[in-house]
Ligand binder design. Structure first.
Ligand code: TYD
Ligand code: MG
Length: 461
């Protein structure tokens, strides 16, 4: 006889407990535990005992691997984030805020693949066929091998996939799909888990690559259980400022490649356009000859790009001066302000200070510290940094300027974008000189050890 035992699952993190609790012991979320019965069947037990005897471990070195079969989408920014194309039979989750362009990106991907003669199926539970066609018409002319389906029942979709035998399937969005066998609303934990399980089976057993669109919660996670992220092979986030036109595709999990990559796109009238050179894009329209604006070189994954850092220091009318940080870490900015007060004797306690990484990009690597410091000094003293000078470096609590990784790449990017002077950590300058990979007649490297040295540089006017 089946023995019934109660179990509780956390909707957010998938943590299991035997007792109901108000607070999940796994993730600390309140009111997230829901009941799910656990049934152990006699047949299951017998099967488990039989297969336990059969399991045969294999030697690692004896395992043969064939070359991965990857579908190249032709969207270079996307291929790179995926680790060199779509792996056959992989399940990819694409998360992002509403309206950011997930559907557009995936439709463009399907179009590119279908133009190469691959069969693609785009399933939408959110839009009618007409709506998808309207969007498609903005993107361009479609070939014969792309199919659309407006459906939310997973068994019907499964049937359609079996009939059509596509190489690539897009499920737009997991939150609208439902399984008739599960008694829960679409988007609920049990539905999402069940459907992802079915899609996983389809992908692995038939070698079809499936892209799942997932909505994002207020906290920025893909809505539904965290479990979803564990089940899929690759998780990509599509992000960007709704107000700015550019979008960033970021890998957060990838079983077939590195997660450090980003892809940069711009939303235009005819869909998403790749931005192969983000530097020019990020610093276009930068004010020249204004105090409070400096340029730094940041690195995301394997991409380096120039970015403008702005600061505004002005008299405060509050008891507690205001501090804000847009596009970077708030606590880090506070810390750098404290370093400036203590080490350079700059008086900021009676000033508001606003720091902004322009372009809407979020940069949290410490290499941006020196630029934040310079922008604050610039705004406070109304001195302007020479517009062909770039700076980067990590700043410590003593005001020391510490070396940062990939300094050569940053300097090379600065040279390429037309900068002639680079203020950088002294240790990095020595390393670049030693390696000899950079043509030093093209760029003037100024190595500094302490932030005191930038306050008196001649690059200010
Ligand atoms: P969409 O792909 O529907 O976003 P998501 O699926 O992530 O919710 O695209 C959203 C926005 O993009 C929409 O507000 C309109 C805009 N857009 C353009 O600016 N140009 C275009 O060519 C297309 C297709 C969309
Ligand atoms: Mg959409």
């Amino acid at each position: 006889m089946a023995k019934e035992k109660k179990l509780f699952y956390c909707r957010e993190c998938g943590n299991e407990t035997a007792k109901w609790q108000g607070k999940c012991p796994g993730c600390g979320g309140w009111n997230t535990l829901v009941e799910a019965p656990m049934v152990k069947t006699a047949a299951g037990k017998a099967k488990a005992a039989a297969s336990a005897a059969d399991a045969e471990p294999a030697r690692m070195k004896d395992i043969a691997i064939e070359a991965e079969n990857r579908l190249v989408t032709g969207i270079a920014e996307m291929d790179r984030v995926l680790g060199g194309g779509i792996v056959a039979g992989s399940l990819v989750l694409v998360g992002g805020d509403p309206g950011i362009g997930k559907s557009t990106l995936l439709l463009q991907m399907c179009k590119n693949l279908s133009d190469q003669g691959k069969k693609a199926l785009y399933v939408s539970g959110e839009e009618s066929l007409k709506q998808i066609k309207l969007r498609g018409d903005r993107i361009g002319e479609f070939s014969d091998s792309i199919y659309l389906l407006s459906e939310t029942g997973i068994s019907l979709i499964d049937g359609a996939i079996q009939k059509l035998q596509p190489e690539i399937v897009v499920i737009d969005s997991i939150q609208t799909m439902y399984d008739e066998n599960v008694d829960a609303a679409p988007g609920s934990m049990s539905q999402v888990r069940e459907i992802t399980g079915i899609l996983l089976r389809i992908a692995k057993s038939r070698g079809i690559s499936i892209f799942i669109v997932g909505h994002v919660t207020k906290e920025g996670n893909v809505a539904g259980p965290r479990m979803l992220e564990h089940m899929v092979d690759t998780v990509l986030y599509f992000e960007g400022d709704a107000a700015a036109a550019y979008r960033i595709l970021r890998g957060v999990k990838n079983r077939f490649g590195s997660t450090n990559e980003i892809g940069v796109f711009e939303m235009k009238g005819k869909g998403l356009v790749e931005v192969p050179n983000p530097s020019e894009y990020m610093i276009q329209g930068r004010p020249v000859g204004e105090a409070g604006s400096v340029v730094t070189c940041a690195i995301e994954g394997s991409r380096s790009f120039m970015i403008e850092v702005q600061a505004l220091v002005c008299h405060t009318y509050f008891n507690m001066p205001r501090r804000t940080a847009a596009g970077t870490d708030y606590n880090r900015v506070n810390l750098l302000i404290a370093v400036l007060e203590k080490r350079l004797g700059m008086r900021l306690s009676d000033s508001d200070a606003y720091v902004n990484v322009a372009g809407g990009m979020r940069i949290t690597e410490p290499a941006i510290d020196l630029a934040i410091i310079a922008a604050l000094i610039s705004s406070q003293s109304e001195k302007v940094m020479d517009d062909r000078t770039v700076l980067f470096g990590e700043v410590g609590l003593v005001g020391e300027v510490r070396a940062v990784p990939q300094c050569e790449k940053r300097v090379a990017e600065a040279m390429k974008t037309g900068y002639r002077t680079c203020i950088l950590p002294y240790a990095n300058k020595i390393a670049i000189k030693k390696s000899g990979n950079i043509d030093l007649s093209e760029i003037n490297l100024v190595g500094i050890r302490n932030i005191r040295e930038i306050a008196n540089r001649r690059e200010w006017s």
